[in-house]
Write a protein that binds this ligand. Structure first.
Ligand SMILES: Cc1cc2nc3c(=O)[nH]c(=O)nc-3n(C[C@H](O)[C@H](O)[C@H](O)COP(=O)(O)O)c2cc1C
Length: 210
């Protein structure tokens, strides 16, 4: 997670990864702690990350408690300043990396290979190892610099997923819009999920219930 608005997207992706039986290496950038605090009221602490993560993931996008009950044993948390952490090496076994949400600063850092923290280093490693990298960028409007950096990332093989929900999937709650974006992130990574109703080729089917 980098420091763009959009922590509900990250929560939805995390919940779905765990529901799909995946293990997760979690990195939360320094700036992302600010957005998390701003958007959820949770002050994410390295020393108590499991408690803070559980509290966060049990809430929906509306801030109300939900029914999340996943096993956090499959989450490994790495402080963003720890450049000796596992994900900073290509020999650390991971399938790929999702940056959700991705700030424009993070997009620039990854496009330029800055590796200024563990998040950016892990992204550079993901690219050099030719593993899937999904970048869920959150900014509007997008400036020329960021657009150029996004093209660079695309050229390098990353999948850029704008955090822009579609409205054909019959959303009735904010969480539905969040889950649509999270679902498209997981689609790009090839992870199975049931986060949104897929388009099936019929107009006017906003109420599809299958
Ligand atoms: C509350 C808050 C919301 C922010 N939202 C965004 C955003 O949506 N997109 C973005 O690119 N930067 C946003 N920023 C600015 C980034 O946090 C800032 O550029 C930071 O340096 C990103 O660092 P990181 O990429 O290492 O996480 C926001 C900052 C704050 C405090």
């Amino acid at each position: 997670m980098s420091g763009a608005s959009g922590t509900p997207y990250a929560a939805s992706v995390l919940r779905a990864l765990l529901a799909a039986g995946e293990s997760v290496d979690l990195v939360v950038s320094r700036a992302s702690r600010l957005t998390l605090l701003d958007e959820t009221g949770i002050a994410f602490r390295d020393a108590h990350w499991r408690d803070d993560l559980r509290e966060w993931l049990t809430r929906g996008a509306d801030g109300k408690p939900g029914a999340f009950d996943a096993d956090l044993e499959r989450v490994r948390y790495w402080p963003a300043g720890d450049l000796a952490a596992g994900p900073s090496s290509g020999s650390y076994p991971v399938k790929g990396m999702l940056i959700v949400p991705a700030s424009t600063a993070c997009v620039a850092g990854v496009a330029l290979g800055l590796s200024k923290d563990l998040l950016q280093r892990a992204a550079s490693v993901t690219l050099k190892e030719r593993r899937p990298l999904v970048v869920a960028v959150r900014e509007t409007p997008l400036g020329g610099q960021t657009l150029r950096h996004l093209v660079t990332l695309d050229d390098l093989g990353a999948v850029v997923v704008p955090t822009s929900p579609a409205f054909y999937a019959g959303a009735t709650h904010i969480q539905d819009l969040v889950d649509f974006v999270a679902g498209r992130v997981l689609d790009a990574a090839g992870v199975e999920h049931r986060l949104y109703r897929r388009w099936e080729g019929e107009l006017g089917g906003g109420g599809r219930t299958d």
